[in-house]
Ligand binder design. Structure first.
Ligand SMILES: Cc1cc2nc3c(=O)[nH]c(=O)nc-3n(C[C@H](O)[C@H](O)[C@H](O)COP(=O)(O)OP(=O)(O)OC[C@H]3O[C@@H](n4cnc5c(N)ncnc54)[C@H](O)[C@@H]3O)c2cc1C
Length: 490
């Protein structure tokens, strides 16, 4: 049957594509991706990928830097594996055709230069290269504009996935190995650097199927995104502050040491926003140097009518990275049999309570390759018959689309994002978390009712997933009574 594949992967970011390429020699691979294959966080990664390649650097140092950033909440074994395999990951990407600049650069939290990049479009270059390889591989088929809706799980064994197709049909696909590589959940917040596809679908799907999760309270916020009506928000990287950019209020007064760690600066900006707009300025610096050193950011801001050389640029902190996720072991196995998770959606233990910059692209490659190899080496299992599964699965095929109330859904979505930003964001209090939890519970109920009455649609699934993820993050935050890493309690 054509809906059967040896391997199913949800997501076409760095993690999903690496896993697919690793599996393709051993069977037919289906990749489902909800929009265009390039719509992902991977495509937006400007900085680069960390790798320990010897020279002056030492494995132990990269491990320590990662553990320090993660407030020592990381799983050392997972970090060690990340670092041990980093050189191989870099070589593999080069073999696929990624043209890295020769010299690595330095980034906050790394004690010496170990960040490999292709100017400032590293993620986009990697993704383009891997997608080209995939298009040349007869064993891999990409289904674009295809939204994964729910897993087909029986007795804690995963057999496949229901998807909403480009033609607006709900269709089951079956496989003995399903890999969730759906990325993060930044869209659950009002302000985020994440693309619109990052609605936490994989996490919500896994939670609904009963998979175990971990560390969801640790959401990393970037201190400076360009505050404008563009989606996703454009990131103004740490490099600007490194070059001497200042953060000022609407009277032009500085209020924080711009070179302090990411979370401290993010909190200062968040607090200042209660009484004033916040701006980033480089007007006091040499104009020619700015254009020479930051050509792409300069050009991008110019398209929105801002000149980095002399304008004050409005900024806001923004949700940037989901440090926790679906619990996996070091081979990507989740608590559900035959279900794997990789990349930002997974909680391997690599990032602990906060992520070290440039470790996430690396995680996608190292763990993508590892999971692919593990699945190939695992004994093949027999599956249940297709019709039997459809009848007994947790998702009824007759709940097809009967239209939606877009206005209500949009309102709920906006309210969730605003509430998450204000009450479950950069600074949290127990009282506000409890209040938010109640509201999210009632939204979830309301959305379930809409689903029952009208059937599902793309829009409803996304909002339902956002409510599921909002609830989970809030509950995790409430369960941790003391500040740690990216979780800050007042
Ligand atoms: C602006 C920005 C800059 C960054 N810079 C860096 C950097 O310099 N270095 C670094 O290491 N990290 C960086 N990161 C983080 C890094 O880019 C991500 O963590 C990493 O790319 C995640 O890869 P992934 O494959 O797990 O997910 P993604 O690349 O986000 O891919 C997820 C895929 O899943 C698909 N998907 C989601 N839900 C569904 C569904 N229901 N059905 C079907 N498909 C679905 C999406 O469409 C997408 O294709 C940055 C992130 C952002 C947002």
């Amino acid at each position: 049957m054509k809906n059967n594949f040896d391997y199913i992967i949800i997501g076409s970011g760095i993690a999903g594509l690496t896993t697919a390429l690793t599996l393709a020699d051993s069977g037919k691979v289906a990749i489902f991706t909800k929009k265009n294959p390039s719509d992902s966080s991977t495509n937006l990664a400007q900085g680069g990928m960390a790798a320990m390649v010897g020279g002056e650097d030492r494995k132990e140092w990269h491990i320590e830097d990662t553990m320090k950033a993660g407030d020592f909440h990381n799983k050392r074994e997972a970090v060690k594996l990340l670092v041990d395999d980093s050189q191989e990951a870099l070589l593999w990407l080069k073999e696929q055709g990624v043209l890295f600049d020769v010299k690595p650069s330095l980034e906050a939290g790394h004690r010496l230069p170990r960040i490999f990049h292709t100017t400032d479009f590293t993620g986009a270059d990697i993704q383009k290269t891997l997608l080209k390889k995939i298009s040349e591989n007869k064993n891999i088929k990409i289904f674009k504009n295809t939204l994964a809706v729910d897993l087909i799980v029986q007795k804690n064994i995963c057999h496949g996935i229901y998807v909403l197709t480009e033609e607006n049909k709900i269709v089951p696909f079956f496989s003995k190995s399903v890999v969730l590589a759906t990325g993060g959940s930044g869209q659950v917040y009002q302000w985020t650097t994440n693309p619109t596809v990052a609605t936490g679908d994989g996490l919500a799907i896994a939670i609904r199927a009963g998979a175990k999760t971990l560390d969801l309270e640790f959401v990393q916020f970037h201190p400076t995104a360009f505050k404008a009506k563009i989606l996703p928000l454009f990131l103004l990287s740490e490099r600007l502050r490194g070059e001497g950019a200042r953060l000022v209020d609407d009277k032009g007064h500085r209020f924080v040491d711009e070179l302090l760690p990411r979370d401290i600066v993010a909190r200062a900006v968040f607090e200042k926003q209660k009484t004033s707009e916040v701006f980033l300025t480089m007007a006091h610096l040499d104009k020619k140097e700015i254009i020479k050193k930051l050509p792409n950011i300069y050009k991008k801001l110019k398209t929105y009518g801002y000149y980095l050389t002399h304008d004050r640029i409005p900024v806001t902190p923004a949700a940037h990275y989901q440090c926790g996720g679906i619990i996996t072991d070091l081979n990507g196995k989740t608590s559900i049999k035959n279900l794997y998770a990789v990349g930002e959606v997974a909680a391997t233990g690599v990032h602990g309570a906060n992520r070290l910059a440039s470790n996430s692209l690396l995680e996608g490659v190292v763990y993508g390759k590892r999971i692919g190899k593990f699945i190939v080496s695992s004994p093949r299992r027999r599956g249940s018959s297709v019709s039997n599964l459809i009848q007994r699965s947790n998702f009824s095929l007759d709940s097809l689309l009967r239209g939606n109330d877009s206005k209500t859904l949009n309102k709920i979505k906006t309210n969730i994002q605003k509430l998450m930003w204000e009450k479950v964001g950069i600074v949290r209090t127990k009282k506000e978390l409890s209040g938010a939890l109640k509201t999210f519970k009632s939204y979830k109920k309301q959305l379930e009712k809409i689903k029952k009455k009208r059937g599902i649609s793309y829009e409803l699934i996304e909002v339902l997933n956002l409510s599921e993820v909002a609830l989970a993050i809030t509950q995790y935050a409430l369960n941790r009574p003391k500040s740690l890493g990216a979780h800050y309690l007042r």
